[in-house]
Design a protein around this ligand. Structure first.
Ligand SMILES: Cc1cc2nc3c(=O)[nH]c(=O)nc-3n(C[C@H](O)[C@H](O)[C@H](O)COP(=O)(O)O)c2cc1C
Length: 269
């Protein structure tokens, strides 16, 4: 078939199609398919173009959370400037020492936690996280003279409905708590989500992880004999509170950052 014959066949099909009534089945189907294709193209374009902005906002949100747990956030604060007083470092959890193996600005803690190369399956898993990362990013807050002021450690574990992700801020002795904050969870508003209530969070300030003999004492419970290590459970949310108790004990204990905090104390991190 010659070019001109091909054109006249195509033109004929198009003319027959256009002569059909607008509400005919072929024209309705054609419009529906064309509309679907157009919309999916718009969605795909938006997803691709917004990806860098999403990554930037995610990183900014993480920095704000770190500032908040360290008590350095207020409305209008220059997040990047204040965040520059933190030194992010990668810690090898098993040795409790800093490592230069990975660049802290590129290391993705969340994906490392599920990467078979960068994590280990847990036999004992009180925080219900399945796998433990081999490395974690910690943030050292430095004073104006470069001296250590606070240590911010990532923590996470299962509550009642969801994994709670957050940070704990410790004073430079690695034992006294400055603050605790979760930045992601799906516990019930008014019940488990009260972990975000400032008055509940306020309780953590000034509490200690370990006693003078090095025993891990911190506890989230309904009652306690020693206020120094005690955080009240949330009323009506015992299960979320138990999850927080488990995850804090896990990450502050020997399986978590226990060795790192010990090394930090004796200057061997
Ligand atoms: C719809 C619904 C949502 C709930 N959400 C939570 C929750 O997020 N965290 C939690 O610990 N308990 C939650 N609970 C309550 C628990 O089932 C359980 O009763 C509670 O943890 C017991 O706490 P209490 O001993 O302080 O009363 C929820 C209950 C219902 C019916």
């Amino acid at each position: 078939m010659s070019d001109s014959q091909e054109h006249s066949v195509t033109g004929g099909i198009l003319a027959r199609f256009l002569s059909l009534p607008v509400d005919s089945l072929p024209r309705t189907l054609f419009m529906a398919v064309a509309l679907c294709l157009f919309c999916s193209m718009i969605v795909a374009l938006a997803a691709v173009n917004l990806k860098p902005m999403q990554s930037y906002n995610k990183l900014l949100d993480k920095k704000i959370n770190i500032l908040q747990v360290a008590g350095l956030y207020s409305d209008g604060v220059d997040v990047e400037k204040v965040f520059s007083s933190f030194e992010p470092k990668i810690v090898e959890i098993s040795t409790g020492k800093f490592t230069d193996k990975y660049d802290p600005s590129l290391f993705d803690d969340r994906s490392a936690a599920s990467d078979p190369e960068l994590s280990v399956a847990l036999d004992e898993d009180p925080a219900l996280i399945g796998r433990k990362p081999k490395f974690a990013t910690v943030y050292l807050l430095k004073g104006s003279g470069g001296e250590l002021d606070k240590i911010i450690l990532p923590i996470y574990g299962y509550g009642l409905w969801s994994t709670l992700y957050g940070f704990i801020a410790l004073e430079k002795n690695g034992n006294d708590i400055f603050g605790l904050q979760f930045y992601e969870h799906a516990e019930t508003p008014g019940l488990g989500a009260e972990v975000d209530n400032p008055s509940w969070r306020q309780q953590w300030r000034g509490k200690s992880l370990r006693d003078e003999n090095g025993n891990l004492m911190i506890s989230v419970a309904k009652t306690s004999s020693n206020k120094k290590f005690h955080i009240d459970s949330l009323a009506g949310a015992t299960l979320t509170s138990r999850g927080v108790d488990n995850l804090v004990k896990f990450w502050m204990g020997d399986a978590g950052f226990g060795r790192f905090l010990e090394n930090l104390k004796v200057g061997e991190a």
